[in-house]
Ligand binder design. Structure first.
Ligand SMILES: Nc1ncnc2c1ncn2[C@@H]1O[C@H](COP(=O)(O)OP(=O)(O)OP(=O)(O)O)[C@@H](O)[C@H]1O
Ligand SMILES: [Mg+2]
Length: 271
């Protein structure tokens, strides 16, 4: 374990910088950690949507991860867009080799509707990644795909979370962003109990990459040695402030303000 907190991120690139690898690197850095990457795909993307997906060959994904692990090392791994079942299987193998806590964000569909995981790969995520997850961070549609359970309410999230724990996840952060209502409620569930994270729903179209950002912030905390609940609490506050401060770029789902803690620290330095 290094005090800085080294996170190896295995995910896709978002040219727009709002989600994917770019959001992950910014998040880990803003929270004081060290980010390294194994890129699984290059997406052509802006706030309006995804217009191209170019998968990276499997052996190149593996080589990136092993180059990082064999030299720099990692205190936690965060996974995002994986694309297909073969990549999911490779990632399962890499997680076994690394033997550090893994935050698995089971990304399936981009905010604009583009598919980021083949339908046939959902079973591979269920069988190979859920049992290896220190923390699984599904949104409501992903929860339904993984469990077969409909999710319309917080109680539905709770029931599905129990099913995901039973399927082998160490902990689940059941995200309530897609559950309708004036408040957003995320549930952190472990075999020991439940912690709810709740706040006003922010009326904003600038929520591109909220999920990637939340999962990376959790991974940064675990890499830095924070207990799980403290890591999730810090991640939740970070994401919410980043939504509130979104710069308003682009005509579609705009990015968050990932850099806010850095600007805050600079302002404190001047005061
Ligand atoms: N409008 C909002 N107001 C407040 N919090 C939000 C809002 N939308 C999302 N969040 C929060 O952002 C985090 C991500 O949740 P969400 O369910 O949107 O994930 P996601 O669908 O995986 O995101 P993405 O589309 O970026 O992959 C959660 O902590 C959720 O509570
Ligand atoms: Mg997501």
């Amino acid at each position: 374990m290094h005090a800085l907190g080294r996170v190896l991120i295995i995910a896709g690139s978002d040219s727009g910088g709002g989600a994917g690898i770019q959001a992950d690197v910014k998040t880990v850095t803003a929270l004081g950690g060290y980010a390294a990457t194994a890129i699984t795909a290059v997406t052509v993307q802006n706030t309006l949507g995804v217009t191209g997906v170019h998968p990276i060959p499997l052996d190149v994904i593996a080589a990136q991860a092993r180059a990082v692990l064999s030299d720099i090392g990692a205190d936690a791994i965060k996974t995002g867009m994986l694309g297909d079942a073969a990549t999911v299987a490779l990632v399962a193998q890499l997680l076994d080799e690394a033997a550090v806590p893994a935050v698995i964000d089971p990304v399936m569909v981009a905010k604009g509707g583009a598919s980021l995981l083949a339908d046939a790969a959902v079973a591979a995520v269920r069988e190979l990644l859920i049992p290896r997850a220190a923390l699984l961070t599904p949104n409501a549609p992903e929860t339904t795909a993984l469990t077969g359970l409909a999710v319309e309410t917080t109680d539905d999230l709770r029931r599905a979370g129990a099913a995901l724990l039973a399927a082998g996840a160490g902990a689940v952060l059941m995200k309530g962003g897609h559950v309708p209502g004036p408040r957003v409620i995320d549930l952190l569930m472990t075999p020991d109990g439940e912690t709810a994270f709740e706040g006003e729903r922010i009326e904003s179209r600038h929520t591109h990459g909220t999920g990637c950002t939340l999962a990376s912030a959790c991974a940064a905390g675990l890499a830095q040695g924070l207990p799980l609940t403290a890591a999730v609490a810090r991640a939740w506050d970070y994401v919410h402030e980043a939504i509130l401060r979104a710069p308003g770029f682009g005509a579609g789902h705009g990015p968050l303000d990932h850099g806010w803690p850095l600007r805050e620290a600079r302002a404190r330095g001047r005061a």
